[in-house]
Design a protein. Sequence first.
Length: 337
Amino acid sequence: MRVAALVTATALALVGGLPQVAAKGKGLRLVLSRQRGAERCPGADATRAAVAARLGYQPFSAAAAPTLAVRYRKRAAGMWAVIEMADASGKRLGKRELSAQGEGCEELGRRVALAIAIAIDPLASARPVKREPDSIPVFPPRATSNEPPAAPPLPPPAPAVTRSPAAKPARSTFQLSAGVGGLFAVGAAPSVNGGFRVGLRLRWRQVSLGLAGRFDLPGATDVAGGGEVSAGLVVGELCGCYHFGPLLGCALLDAGALRGAGRGLAGAENVTLGYVAIGGRAAWDIHIISRFSVMLHADLLGALTRLALRDTQSREAFWETPALSGAFGLAARFKLM
């Protein structure tokens, strides 16, 4: 009842002059388009047939001046239909929108046909859909002999009226995507350094869980007395996010190793130290085309393991990991499932 009331309200508010135009035989010109992702929606011929079945006559004409335009398109929440009416001069007389959840378009197509039929004839919703009989009963000619005439054959049974099942709500599905991108970090090494990240993300409704690998290039700094020390992170990243439309708020857990090295120093050694940090991320996922998007993100991490690169003899610290570090990056994302 709620869907029927919505379609009726949409149709009656569309254009007040449609009944007079169709009744005088002038007809309407139907223009229908289906954008990318809406190819399964009914075409122009199917829409004309569905409206004619509702009204009992064909209200459309290719040469008619008044134009009724229908556009189907796909959105993240489901399918969308826009119905517009314009007069011979191109002036818009009315515009209404209908939507349906899920990937299918059959139910939305029926709503569009019903809305157009009601706009032309407000009583169309109460009129049964016109169906052609399977066959016409034929009676034999009257007998001319004294024998009693044969009984006429029984007419065929009325065709069964099949009711289409009610539209099922769209099932929630998982989405799997892969991403690769670059970043630059502040506070994760002795100097500002770059790196890259690759990973996978599994999303369900408004939440997602990502697993990625982060590989930083070494960042170096000079030390007093000559020489330099450098360090870079190699970590695995667990990221849980909540999606606010294209915006994301995430919690991060990084665990891996900090690789340090010294050059030009007496007794310089390469070291690998365990590294763990937690923090948060703010991101913006920019949709480009059907399966491709670009994500901008900013991370803030707090180190749970404070590390230091020291002189092997005096134990003097050349560099220590700060309490906080940040990373800013750009990643390309591809939807796999």
